[in-house]
Design a protein around this ligand. Structure first.
Ligand SMILES: [Zn+2]
Length: 426
């Protein structure tokens, strides 16, 4: 091996395809290799992006939940505020009604008293007059009543009496008596109305107090929801900043790697190396089995399942193994079958949202997860390069990407390795 190990990607699992070349002496290269970040560094960068993205994703759902809670709290607050307004209006109306009923009852009472007093006075006069005329032993006409007056005061009293007890006045007395009864009835109705209005007013006051208490509770809940949402939003800003930093850093590393790969390709082209380096035990020790072309070049070279940016590769992630290759691209980007084969799954899948699986003629099964839509049906024959789905973000996904897996002999193997060993430059 040359001291700089220009072709060996340092992280074990990633040393592939061109590995056999490094063992051979090879021609001297005209230009020195550009810096090549190790697979470990790239994997670290991807893990950092993935970690940050997942944290942002997790927080985003909490932020969304807090936002929904805040909306609900504000709606509740608005409702409670309206309730208070209605209760206050109701309370005001009932108080005014009760006050008016009280005034009506009071005035009815005063009227009844006045009429009663007037009638009593008139009644007494009639009685007095009747008694006096009985004493004088005669039915007295108006004139004799005047003549019989003992003093000017008496005369005035008699005049008033005569005035009161003239035929028409006696009728009036009668009418007044009947009116008194009517008024008394009205007065008692007014008192009952007043009592009822007061009861309603009290009920309205109680309702208003309850509405006010509920409103105050809603105010406190809304303030708490505001605080919660504000806290989460500030956390989210921080995490998004971290994600942006991680992405920048990964892009830098990836750029270096791309430059290196281009340089490497150029070198390889000038060497006119055999088109398909054979896979052998050299790499098998490091990976489940990168020599997955299996039937060799019989069915032809594979194709990349889609285009885009690799955001995660096969390997440990978040305390478990990520068995796929994640290629990010916008929703709707075409996904093709990497080899000829037959569709064995097409539809919903736990975790992947929606997936397609294809069994290829060499026995390898490829999995296409988080897809937006499937374009094939189970049992359908597909050719290499045939569109089978589009990129989506369904299931447990942090953004639009294809999750691509390769299963061989019942084991999930490194898809990137497999693709590269099948002639896909990705
Ligand atoms: Zn994935």
């Amino acid at each position: 091996m040359s001291p700089r190990r220009p072709f060996v990607r340092v992280a074990g699992a990633m040393s592939i395809v061109i590995l056999p070349l490094t063992g051979s002496p090879g021609p001297a290269f005209a230009t020195p290799p550009p810096p090549n970040p190790s697979d470990g560094e790239l994997a670290e960068g991807r893990t950092a992006v993935q970690t940050a993205a997942e944290q942002v994703g997790v927080l985003a759902s909490r932020v969304a939940a807090a936002g929904a809670a805040l909306d609900a709290a504000q709606l509740e607050l608005a409702t409670k505020y309206d309730n208070v307004t209605v209760a206050q209006r109701q309370q005001k109306v009932t108080r005014e009604t009760a006050d008016a009923a009280q005034a009506a009852a009071e005035s009815a009472r005063v009227e009844v008293e006045a009429v009663g007093a007037h009638i009593q006075r008139a009644q007494r006069q009639v009685d007095k007059f009747a008694a006096a005329s009985y004493r004088q032993g005669s039915a007295i006409g108006s004139i004799s009543a005047y003549l019989g007056a003992e003093s000017p005061k008496d005369l005035l009293a008699r005049a008033e009496l005569l005035n009161a007890v003239g035929g028409a006045e006696l009728d009036a007395l009668d009418t007044m008596s009947r009116a008194l009864v009517d008024k008394a009835n009205l007065s008692s109705a007014a008192r009952a109305a007043f009592a009822e209005a007061r009861t309603r007013q009290q009920q309205a006051e109680e309702a208003e107090a309850a509405a006010t208490a509920a409103y105050e509770t809603a105010v406190a809940a809304e303030a708490a929801a505001q605080n919660r949402a504000a806290e989460l939003l500030s956390d989210q800003d921080e995490l998004e900043q971290q994600l942006a930093d991680a992405r920048r850093s990964l892009a830098g590393l990836q750029g270096q790697r791309n430059t290196f790969d281009n340089w490497e390709d150029a070198q390889q082209a000038t060497r006119q190396a055999p088109s398909q380096p054979t896979q052998d035990g050299e790499s098998a020790a490091l990976t489940p089995s990168p020599a997955t072309s299996g039937t060799g070049q019989g069915p032809g070279r594979a194709l990349a399942p889609t285009t885009g940016t690799i955001t995660s590769t096969y390997g440990p992630r978040w305390g478990s193994i990520h068995y796929g290759l994640d290629i990010a691209n916008s929703i709707g980007t075409p996904i093709v079958s990497v080899l000829d084969g037959r569709v064995i799954s097409s539809g919903p899948a736990s975790g992947f949202g929606l997936w397609v699986r294809v069994r290829h003629d060499n026995g390898v099964v490829t999995v296409y997860g988080h897809i937006n839509e499937t374009l094939v049906t189970v049992g359908q024959r597909v050719d290499v390069g045939q569109r089978i789905a589009t990129v989506g973000s369904r299931g447990q996904s942090t953004g639009p990407h294809l999750h691509f897996e390769v299963h061989k002999g019942g084991r999930k193997i490194d898809p990137l390795l497999w693709l590269r060993s099948n002639g896909v430059s990705i």
